[in-house]
Design a protein around this ligand. Structure first.
Ligand SMILES: [Zn+2]
Ligand SMILES: [Zn+2]
Length: 268
């Protein structure tokens, strides 16, 4: 019924508990998950999860926060993107939150890495999983320059774990991107974000956990898992005045459409 569109099941908090996590997912009616890659070094482990379980898929990409790791070339991303069960490029984008004393000029490497991912997505047609934090203007302008948005004939994709303003959401929607909401939407101080969720059309919404981080209320502060994504769906439903079933179905169909996956047969 539910899909977690963004999780990190290979991270140390989760990797040794996959069987228990899968049992929890089944109990919570979370049928599918997209496991997100953040370094080339971890790609094999992310990919192995998608090869082993037919309701997991993988992305290929390098997170903007990661330094001191192998820098992705276009050729490398293209090679990974062509592997079976790889359905997205990312997570990629810009993160100026922790500059550690550096100027924005010093972050040119991050913008270059982002451009490389957009080019890989354009070439393969795989959608982008975009991470943006304290960097929305540059994120949007680079996406425009590189024609990453579906409205520009690009691959499109999703702005994941959305925490930006309504204006940024509108710009992303105009470019043809989807918006994904995480457990942050359930936090008490997230009223502004709930306003954003109210106006993003349901057929452009995804839900995610970003686990092991950002567990939704009532698990806030604990280790997150895909089994908790129904709490995000419930919050989307609450702000839109819909029932959870409607949100679950719509976000599942959006997930299939964006990542070009078949709609599962209804077994029950
Ligand atoms: Zn992220
Ligand atoms: Zn992530």
């Amino acid at each position: 019924m539910f899909v977690d569109s963004h999780c990190h099941l290979n991270f140390p908090e989760l990797r040794d508990r996959i069987d228990a996590i899968r049992a929890d997912m089944a109990a919570a009616q979370v049928d599918r998950a997209l496991v997100i890659c953040t370094t080339l070094e971890e790609f094999a482990e992310v990919h192995a999860l998608a090869l082993r379980f037919d309701n997991f898929w993988a992305s290929a990409g390098v997170h903007p926060d990661n330094e001191g790791i192998e820098e992705p070339t276009l050729e490398r991303l293209l090679a990974l993107a062509r592997l079976p069960r790889v359905v997205a490029i990312g997570e990629t984008g810009l993160d100026y939150f922790r500059l550690n004393g550096r100027s924005l000029d010093d972050m040119a490497w991050q913008r270059e890495r982002f451009r490389t991912h957009i080019r890989a997505a354009r070439e393969t047609g795989l959608p982008l999983v975009i991470h943006t934090r304290s960097a929305s203007a540059d994120t949007l302008s680079i996406l425009r320059e590189e024609q990453g948005g579906a409205a520009d004939g690009g691959p499109g994709g999703v702005f994941h774990c959305f925490t930006e303003t309504a204006d940024v959401a509108r710009a992303a929607l105009d470019m043809g991107f989807l918006i994904s909401f995480s457990g942050i939407l359930t936090f008490r101080n997230a009223e502004d974000l709930r306003e954003v969720a109210r106006f993003v059309p349901l057929d452009r919404c995804l839900i995610e956990t970003d686990s092991p981080y950002l567990a939704p209320v009532p698990y806030r502060g604990k280790t997150n898992s895909p089994a908790y994504v129904p709490h995000v769906a419930a919050q989307v439903a609450a702000v839109k005045g819909l029932d959870v079933q409607t949100v679950a179905e719509a976000t599942s169909r959006n997930f299939e459409r964006l990542f070009k996956l078949p709609q599962p047969e209804t077994a029950t």
